[in-house]
Design a binder for this molecule. Sequence first.
Ligand code: FAD
Length: 250
Amino acid sequence: MTRELLTARLIHKRCLSESAQCFDLEFALEDRRELAFAPGQFVSAVAEDASGKQQMRAYSIASAPSGNRFALCLNRVDDGFFSNRLADMQEGDTLQFQEPLGFFTLHQPLTDSILIATGTGVAPMRGFLQWLFPEGGPDRSGGRQIWLVYGTRHETELYYREEFEAIAARQVNFHYLPTLSRAGEDWHGLRGYVQEHAVRIATEHNPEGAGAEFGIYAYVCGLSPMINAVRERLKELGWNRKQIITERYD
Ligand SMILES: Cc1cc2nc3c(=O)[nH]c(=O)nc-3n(C[C@H](O)[C@H](O)[C@H](O)COP(=O)(O)OP(=O)(O)OC[C@H]3O[C@@H](n4cnc5c(N)ncnc54)[C@H](O)[C@@H]3O)c2cc1C
């Protein structure tokens, strides 16, 4: 059965990193007043390529539910079809996509959580964080400890940095931990790969489950080598595989 296609118009385009060619695209749904989804889900964008063949690619929603608005975060991929098509969009252009789907969502009841991402894998994490800590709205974190361990190579690739720093400044239970694998000498923050820092947090912090099966969960999003590395390291600490919720981009 063919699923219904929705149409959204690009209302705001922002370059998040010139060097990484990463963009934040904010869309407004044309057909309905509300796009219903759970933070962390993805849409399947649809378009015809030059030969008339229909192409479809998944993109995590990089925002929390907010009426008919939603954001995507993507970077150009060499010779990629859809990433470059999206990156070339101009404000006013339209995008067709299928309804949001996916199981990369926050476990309920909410527990302490380590959010672990590299590159554009930060997209669903932004959705989680906007939902947990809405600006000017009710805090939905229930006082749970939330860490964002975000790895990139260079400082210029820390997408949404100001937004995460602003949340960390107003929420004592949110910890923003950017880590660079190729940091310059002037970088005073964390260095190395996300798995090292995730393991340190998991070692230092081992709460009992209160209502949930486990007291702490990890949410991991990005490319498979990173996800596998995180999974291996947490399993070595004795974590159950159900505690590790993943979204693979490849
Ligand atoms: C559930 C899900 C959510 C996703 N969310 C996002 C998101 O929020 N933001 C985002 O940017 N991407 C996301 N992706 C990846 C996205 O769907 C595409 O795979 C990506 O944009 C490349 O598509 P393309 O058409 O440009 O490249 P293609 O034309 O499909 O591929 C071109 C070449 O690039 C290689 N390639 C494909 N993907 C990558 C990659 N990520 N890095 C390096 N090389 C690659 C291919 O092997 C191929 O050789 C998500 C994927 C999944 C499964």
